[in-house]
Write a protein that binds this ligand. Structure first.
Ligand code: AMP
Ligand code: MG
Length: 327
């Protein structure tokens, strides 16, 4: 299959009608969002949704997130309890997914048989315009299962060229890690996946929230959590920043912050900068690109700097821990 490329530079004006028509005809379109690129099919076309799983090699019991272009469209997919309505209105659009009770019309393919659905109203204008023009879009990240989520056109192309109808190139994703997921169907809001909207911010918004951690013998609340997350083929170890010096000029790629490079590793030639402490969102933005680089690099294995675990760093460390094997 020839994959059509649509390049957009003016998010508000460039024509995306062709991508819209591809979706309406049951095709798959990879599109930019502010978190990572999504691989979309229309909620109303179950056959197209099934193809998402086949193309990605994604297990069918891992549900998809529905992307909408307005609160009204969100209400066509799920029930929003009155106590949450104003809050949701206030914090959307943005990099957060709400798990809510689903409406009848949402096909079982999307929710993996659950009576809840993950819904997101992204802030990226292209994602919004697509959903408003074509209809609500079910979309997981636009990578092959087992690869890091794509944060630019090149990564989507690497994984999906020739397998889907269309890719919209909208440049680099701003946040670079997947949306925060919060379950609003229980007594207390539960954060199922930390993300760009931080635990601290959510505590301010919702009051008390729980941060969910899967215990070993328990069925995970977010079904996706039971699957192996991305890990590079080469060994990746998590290392305290003052010990990274032991790997200087060895056959090991050192992924570190700009500050650690300057302070501890100025003489090392085997470093790769993942971003800056001073601007922690740059680390989130570059993280998956750095992960993809590990297996392409000439080095035998890699180490990555341990970061603190508050604010956005907590979400970043969540992804780093899944990709690495600890010490
Ligand atoms: P991805 O779009 O690839 O980031 O995957 C979507 C994530 O959302 C997976 O981890 C799913 O388990 C989670 N998810 C989607 N729908 C639900 C739901 N109804 N309840 C809990 N988690 C969900
Ligand atoms: Mg994914």
């Amino acid at each position: 299959m020839k994959t059509k490329i649509i390049r957009v530079s003016n998010y508000y004006e460039d024509n995306i009608e062709e991508a819209c028509n591809i979706l309406k005809n049951g095709g798959l379109v990879a599109f930019p969002t502010e978190t990572v690129y999504g691989l979309g099919a229309l909620v109303s076309i179950p056959e197209a949704i099934r193809r998402i799983f086949l193309v990605k090699g994604r297990p069918f019991d891992n549900p998809l997130i529905v992307h909408v272009g307005s609160i009204e469209q969100m209400q066509m997919i799920c029930y929003i309890e009155e106590k949450y309505f104003e809050i949701i209105k206030k914090i959307t659009p943005g990099p957060i997914t709400f798990v809510l009770r689903k409406k009848e019309s949402v096909p079982v393919e999307i929710t993996a048989g659950l009576d809840t659905v993950g819904v997101r109203f992204p802030s990226h204008p292209i994602a919004q315009r697509l959903a408003l023009c074509a209809g609500a879009i079910a979309a997981p990240s636009a990578n092959l299962s087992g690869k890091p989520s794509p944060t630019n056109f090149e990564s989507v192309w690497e994984d999906l060229n020739g397998k889907i109808e269309c890719i919209i190139d909208g440049g680099e994703s701003v946040f670079g890690i997947e949306s925060t997921i919060i379950d609003l169907t229980k007594d207390m809001p539960i954060i199922l996946r930390p993300g760009p909207i931080t635990v601290e911010e959510l505590r301010e918004i919702f009051g008390k929230v729980e941060v969910y951690q899967t215990k070993e013998d328990e069925r995970p609340l977010a079904p996706g959590m039971k699957y192996k997350h991305y890990a590079p083929e080469k060994k990746l170890k998590l290392i305290d920043k003052d010990l990274l010096i032991n790997y200087a000029n060895k056959d090991v790629l050192i992924l570190c912050t700009k500050e650690t490079k300057e302070r501890y590793l100025s003489e090392a030639n085997n470093t790769y900068i993942i971003g800056s402490y001073a601007q922690p969102y740059t680390i989130a933005q570059n993280l998956y690109k750095s992960f993809r680089y590990i297996d392409k690099s000439p080095y035998q294995s890699a180490v990555i700097e341990r970061l603190p675990e508050y604010g956005i760093f907590f979400s970043i460390m969540n992804r780093i821990k899944k990709a690495s094997q600890g010490e």
